[in-house]
Design a binder for this molecule. Structure first.
Ligand code: NAD
Length: 444
């Protein structure tokens, strides 16, 4: 059994050596599969436009600490299954760490490292007082019973309890986890503390301290950024067609809010495939079909499309709300959307990004586009710490103001430095973290 906390600050030279060794040396373009290599490639590009102290830039390339856990869970049959999980903190320069927990059979430590790093940039870009973190368990939650899922969650929460806490590290849902999983983590942590600690997680049910508007926040934020992009380009939402890859939490809400804003949703997909209708899909009927069939595939009155066909449809906007590495250099040339809104984390590889930017595609980068989730998580945490509830219209107003402000800061940075939206967003974020480190000083 391996259960190790790896604090890179204690052995910077050795840690730097071992991480880059494990990755096979410095990041190379064309190495499209590894999310951490991709995150480092994006980081290096942004840092190339900044004047950071070399040591600070070097420090930010690596997570501050990584916990790897292996733990047993008793299944309903009485058998004992062993699972592996991770929790990674990327930076604590601006406050406690914040980031989701992903349950998926193929989660890797590099994926968790990359997502923790993206969380640092996302929180800094939104001016939230957090650093980035991420967690993951190698498990297919759909293959567990509800009791098994609860036992696995409570044991994982106990294993990572040496890192989490309302002032230290605040998890949230990600792919494969939801409000119920957060409730079990909150309850487990509270049982160990001897009193209720709602602020230890966000994305909880409203009944135990969750915030109104949290579930819809990411999709809603995606649409606020699309509306700003259309305004910038002088395009009427009513003249705008949209395709949505990934009809889960983020994609469903994004599609609904785009439609409410006057846009026409012509295509959506999930992991089983997609559907297309040129004059617009009836979202109410589609949601009913998805609830019954478990997939959008087979929706009557629409043509079937593959996931790849959906990505290359001729629409004004493509929302990527599924998972990472979806737009690669293999298909980037065929993507015909004018605006790509990255609802998912890391959906575009660095090679593909370069191709799309050279072709003039307007990309709303993940750390801006999907920041609505962590923004309302922050509002939830603030409400929990104050034991106070805000009304939904106040939450949505705060969310819109923060995300629209961040959008225009990114556009301003693009204008000043002549860089792409993604590079500008990362530059702003990295500069803010670097400033925080410089102001705090290097301990001791
Ligand atoms: P989810 O599990 O609810 O939905 C994901 C959807 O994508 C599902 O419908 C799934 O079938 C579909 N999908 C998976 N692979 C696909 C493929 N290859 N092609 C088409 N569809 C595919 O997850 P979610 O919470 O909606 O998260 C989606 C993405 O958004 C993830 O990358 C996540 O990290 C990111 N994100 C989520 C939040 C949040 O608050 N939920 C916040 C920020 C970022």
């Amino acid at each position: 059994m391996s259960d190790s906390v790896d604090n890179s600050n204690k052995r910077p030279g050795k840690e730097a050596f071992s991480i880059s060794q494990a990755l096979g040396g410095p990041p190379r373009l064309g190495h499209e599969e590894n999310p951490y290599v991709n995150a480092l490639a994006q980081f290096d590009k942004a840092v190339g436009n900044l004047k950071l102290k070399r040591g600070i830039a070097e420090m930010l390339r690596y997570p501050k600490r990584e916990l790897s856990v292996v733990f047993p869970v008793e299944m309903d049959t009485g058998e004992i299954h062993v699972f592996r999980g991770y929790r990674v903190h990327h930076s604590t320069a601006k406050g406690p760490t914040k980031g989701g927990i992903r349950y998926a059979p193929d989660v890797t430590l590099d994926e968790v490292r990359a997502l923790a790093m993206l969380m640092t940039w996302k929180c800094a870009l939104m001016n939230l007082p957090y650093g980035g973190a991420k967690g993951g368990v190698l498990v297919d939650p759909k293959k567990l019973s509800r009791r098994e899922l609860e036992r696995l969650t409570r044991r994982y929460a106990t294993e990572i309890s040496i890192l989490i806490g309302p002032d230290r590290d605040i998890p949230a849902p990600d792919m494969g986890t939801d409000a119920q999983v957060m409730a079990w983590i909150m309850d487990t942590y509270s049982m160990h503390s001897g009193y209720s600690v709602p602020a230890v997680v966000t994305g909880k049910p409203v009944e135990i301290g969750g915030s109104l508007g949290r579930t819809a926040a990411t999709g809603r934020g995606v649409v606020y950024t699309i509306e700003e992009a259309l305004r910038l380009k002088g395009v009427d939402p009513k003249e705008t067609t949209v395709a949505v890859q990934g009809f889960g939490n983020v994609g469903t809400v994004a599609a609904q809010c785009c439609a409410e804003s006057g846009m026409t949703i012509v295509a959506v997909s999930d992991s089983s495939g997609g559907v297309y209708r040129g004059d617009g899909l009836d979202l109410l009927a589609l949601n009913r079909h998805k609830a019954e069939a478990g997939t959008v595939v087979g929706f009557r009155g629409a043509d079937q499309v593959t996931n790849e066909e959906l990505l290359t449809l001729s629409t004004d906007v493509l929302v990527t709300a599924a998972t990472g590495n979806q737009i690669t250099s293999r298909i980037a040339d065929q993507v015909r959307a004018k605006i790509i809104a990255e609802g998912a984390n890391g959906p575009t590889t660095p090679d593909a990004d370069e191709i799309l930017v050279n072709r003039g595609v307007f990309i709303i980068p993940d750390i801006l586009c999907n920041a609505g989730g962590v923004t309302v998580s922050y509002l939830e945490w603030v409400q929990d710490l104050q034991s106070f509830m805000w009304p939904l219209d106040q939450i949505n107003r705060h969310l819109r103001n923060l995300i629209v402000d961040a959008f225009h800061s990114v556009m301003g940075c693009c204008d000043v430095h002549g860089v792409s939206n993604r590079v500008a967003a990362q530059m702003l974020a990295i500069q803010r973290i670097s400033d925080a480190i410089a102001i705090r000083g290097i301990y001791p």
